[in-house]
Design a binder for this molecule. Structure first.
Ligand SMILES: [Fe+2]
Length: 314
């Protein structure tokens, strides 16, 4: 069975995703330097002290702490959007899924995405020092915590319109790639990804040569945490073929990072709400106006990310 990888399906220039040691990152610096500027970063070792990092890779450990949770087990990579009702998904006891995933051949693909943290596993999750209680407010849309248990399952290119994400790698290694589209990049890339042209054998032929995708890439191993801001497209590929576990922690975006009239993601969001939920349009426009005003008062730009020098093509 072939293993699907998604990152290299999008052409672009590759630059290193910036990284910082968890010991060197205080909560205030994380908030102002990264969250309030929408700058992604790998925070090395931020979850290294958690019992989950020490114990969850041991075969049988997680299985012994399952109750009777039934979960959705996919036999594919994680597509976006998810298409319900296909044969790729079954609903089974978590304990049985873990056993099957460990015993399968090395090229088998499995995914249990968006799993609520099982009660028996929760004591092994610690806190994240860069996230202060003052800033860890309930997310607007995403669950506060959700797990991804997988083997060989990449996560398709996608983006979030709201809520900040701290992705803690607990078992296994993953490669992360992120890019922030301007208007031209959006127009060139979004239709191709929406209709999966990038998965075709001739997929590269559809991308314009002047498409300005700058992919910020890095690997995360057990104990590393990646901050994924909204508005950044991201794709994820496992690096190894073992059973892996990732925890996504989400918290509410600050008002001034909610959206901008100039951003293609915001413009897409407005169009989606106009088409699907007209009653919410006035509220959305009011929050967007408040977000823009908030940035103006603080003197903060919407596009703060610096151009990266020395990019290499992929
Ligand atoms: Fe995501």
């Amino acid at each position: 069975m072939s293993i699907v990888k998604v990152i290299d399906l999008l052409p672009g220039k590759v630059v290193p995703l910036q990284a910082i040691s968890a010991e060197a990152l205080q909560a205030d610096e994380f908030w102002h330097r990264f969250v309030c500027r929408h700058e992604p970063v790998i925070i090395r070792g931020a979850a290294a002290g958690w019992p989950a990092v020490r114990h969850w890779a041991v075969p049988g450990y997680l299985e012994s702490r399952c109750a009777d949770e039934a979960v959705r087990l996919w036999r594919t990579f994680n597509p976006a959007p998810v298409l319900e009702g296909t044969a790729a998904m079954t609903r089974r006891p978590l304990k049985d899924c873990l056993r099957e995933m460990r015993e399968a051949p090395g090229d088998a693909t499995f995914s249990i995405p968006g799993l609520d943290l099982p009660a028996g596993w929760a004591p092994d999750i610690g806190s994240l020092g860069m996230l202060s209680p003052r800033h860890e407010r309930a997310p607007y849309g995403y669950p506060g915590k959700r797990l991804f248990v997988y083997r060989n399952a990449s996560t398709e290119w996608h983006y979030h319109t709201i809520d900040e994400t701290l992705t803690s790698q607990l078992v296994g290694r993953k490669r992360f790639s992120l890019f922030r589209p301007d208007r031209l990049t959006w127009d060139h890339v979004e239709p191709l990804v929406r209709y999966n042209y990038h998965h075709m054998p001739c997929g590269r032929q559809f991308f314009h040569a002047d498409t300005n995708i700058v992919k910020h890439e890095g690997e995360a191993g057990p104990g590393d945490v990646i901050y994924i801001p909204p508005y950044w497209w991201h794709g994820v590929d496992p690096v190894d073929a073992e059973l892996g576990v990732t925890l996504a922690t989400c918290f509410r975006s600050p008002l001034r990072r909610f959206g901008s009239w100039s951003d293609p993601v915001t413009q897409e969001l407005i169009g989606d709400v106009v088409r699907s939920n007209k009653a919410s349009v006035p509220l959305l426009l009011a929050v967007l106006a408040a977000s823009s005003l908030s940035r103006k008062i603080k003197g903060e730009p919407w596009w703060p990310m610096r151009k990266q020098p020395g990019a290499a093509s992929s």
